[in-house]
Design a protein around this ligand. Sequence first.
Ligand SMILES: NC(=O)c1ccc[n+]([C@@H]2O[C@H](COP(=O)([O-])OP(=O)(O)OC[C@H]3O[C@@H](n4cnc5c(N)ncnc54)[C@H](OP(=O)(O)O)[C@@H]3O)[C@@H](O)[C@H]2O)c1
Length: 267
Amino acid sequence: MRRDLVGWRVIITGASRGIGRELAIQAAASGARVLATGRDESALASLSADAAAAGDECLYLSGDITSPEFRERLVGHAEHAMGGLDGLVNNAGIGTWNHVGAGDEATFRSIMETNFFAPVELVRSALPLLRLGNRPAILNVASRCGRCALPSWTEYSASKAALVGISESMRAEFARFDIDVLLALPGKTSTEFFANCARLEGKADLRFDEGMPAARVARALVGMLRSGKRESWIGGDSYWMLLTRRFFPGIVRRLLARKVRQLYANT
Ligand SMILES: NC(=O)c1ccc[n+]([C@@H]2O[C@H](COP(=O)([O-])OP(=O)(O)OC[C@H]3O[C@@H](n4cnc5c(N)ncnc54)[C@H](OP(=O)(O)O)[C@@H]3O)[C@@H](O)[C@H]2O)c1
């Protein structure tokens, strides 16, 4: 479903920096009423001030999205401060870059909490408000790893694949409420994502500084919200990898295995 973002009330998670911050700025500039969230309160205050300086409004509430109490407070705040909710962008996320054999259960569970359980539970909490919303939509920011799992991004890929799976199920379920469920699969983006990974033990030279700018991903996300495009592969790396995998899965499998053999040849 197409939508005009003027006056559209939306929660954006993970808005204290990176892709979420850019999205909050661009959505507010498009006329949306944004409630931004993340744990870093001073970063959110600075986001809100930057939006105000541009003549736009961006509300914020800081907290940990993995906390059930905070999620309830966030949805309550949307109702209280904006009078309801039309959109939810589940963007907050964290990575871990380690070989599966060297991983640990606590890290894996924390990745699943942030990338999978928190967005799903936030949808559950926000659903009553979204059902009353204007052209409502849920936009889940997964990753190309959610459709094509990558070596050493094992637990991260699993968390994003779970988000992809449940997004497709929700899309079918929420059709009866006329709530769009949109899925973004970005490729490598130049943010602090890599530096913030729970573990950094993989071997490839990833050059995240050469990834696409966060503002470009945010533009694509705003475009999805406007157009109601169900799934978007954002960035050349995501597009070509997912396209190749769709038609020639064996080639992608062999290339990845060859790369891993080279990287781990002397270990
Ligand atoms: N960068 C990439 O190459 C790339 C590629 C594909 C997909 N993605 C996905 O895009 C999304 C945004 O990533 P990014 O690159 O912008 O990363 P980033 O710069 O590290 O930003 C991550 C955001 O998530 C928030 N966050 C993390 N854990 C949280 C928690 N427990 N509670 C509340 N907020 C939390 C952080 O805020 P606080 O620290 O203030 O809490 C921050 O605002 C993620 O879902 C990521 O998986 C990124």
